[in-house]
Unconditional design. Structure first.
Length: 305
């Protein structure tokens, strides 16, 4: 059996609905002999007559009536498939998988971006996965993530590009009980004798090294007693009274009440929080997410101004 083409189905449906090859040829703008030949070719391909011909026109055979139902469904399915492909090609549907640093998931900027994207791209299935920056960068490179909200993007990595959401700094996190029992430190040197909870260098070498260097400039090496795997864990260890820690200033809105945050005058370590994606390929869904990012960043800039 030869392949049945979509045009054969459209011709067949037109003849079946008009019950006349002559009327269908006019509607299709095809000469009657050519349409008759196409219908005969279709019947040969199907292997059975689809119409009974008579002087007043044509009528469907039982096989033709069954074939008409299937032909209509095939054309509907084809149209739906084209529409789905078009929607995905334009980034209006499909899936988008992004990572977010756990401590930045509840930032107002992050929530605004996610809300803006959902409002404008309701048919895109958005998957958000909490993940550290180093893991996000690797997952974007290997195609497991479409993008991510992270810090400390390696600037020398030409495979990644980023749009900055905000610039963050660091503050000192103290257990509330110890903060209330003593005068609060004002400079790094004031905490030289404290016990510290530190971020694992394996998880973020830039953060680790920048804070170590800041302490060195203040004249001391921090006494690191505990290692935390992420900022929420570190805050939990501080709340448990196991030491103090340097954490991003942006954690203030979600900081537990048992932790007190102190801004030190000479703790000048800063980091860019960015939405990062591949510099080489950018699917339409990512472009539309970038549009939400830029819209929120512009709005935040206007409000700050």
């Amino acid at each position: 059996m030869r392949t049945i083409e979509m045009r054969h189905l459209r011709y067949f449906i037109a003849v079946a609905e008009s019950q006349s090859i002559i009327a269908a040829s006019r509607a299709l703008n095809i000469v009657q002999p050519a349409l008759s030949r196409q219908i005969r070719d279709l019947e040969n391909q199907v292997g059975t007559p689809l119409f009974v011909r008579h002087t007043r026109g044509v009528e469907l055979t039982p096989a033709g009536a069954s074939f008409l139902l299937d032909a209509r469904q095939i054309l509907r399915d084809a149209a739906d498939a084209c529409e789905r492909a078009s929607q995905i090609g334009q980034g209006l549907s499909g899936t988008l998988k992004i990572g977010v640093l756990p401590n930045y998931l509840f930032l107002p900027e992050t929530l605004a971006i996610l809300g803006h994207f959902r409002d404008h791209q309701a048919d895109v299935m958005l998957s958000v996965e909490p993940m550290l920056s180093l893991q996000q960068a690797e997952s974007i490179r290997n195609g497991e993530l479409d993008g991510g909200i992270m810090a400390w993007r390696p600037k020398e990595d030409a495979t990644l590009r980023g749009v900055r959401l905000l610039r963050d700094g660091f503050v000192l996190a103290l257990p509330s009980a110890s903060a209330q029992a003593a005068s609060l430190p004002e400079r790094l040197a004031d905490v030289a004798s404290e016990t510290f909870i530190w971020f694992s260098r394996d998880r973020s070498a830039p953060q680790h090294d920048a804070l170590i260097a800041a302490c060195a400039r203040a004249g001391f090496v921090p006494n690191i007693a505990q290692i935390g795997t992420d900022i929420p864990t570190i805050l939990g260890l501080v709340a448990a009274g196991m030491g103090c820690a340097f954490v991003p200033a942006s954690v203030r809105p979600v900081c537990p009440p048992t932790v007190h945050l102190v801004a030190l005058k000479d703790l000048n370590v800063q980091l860019d929080v960015e939405f990062v994606c591949s510099a080489d390929t950018c699917p339409p869904t990512v472009e539309r997410f970038l549009a939400s990012v830029r819209s929120v960043v512009r709005s935040a800039g206007r409000h700050r101004a």
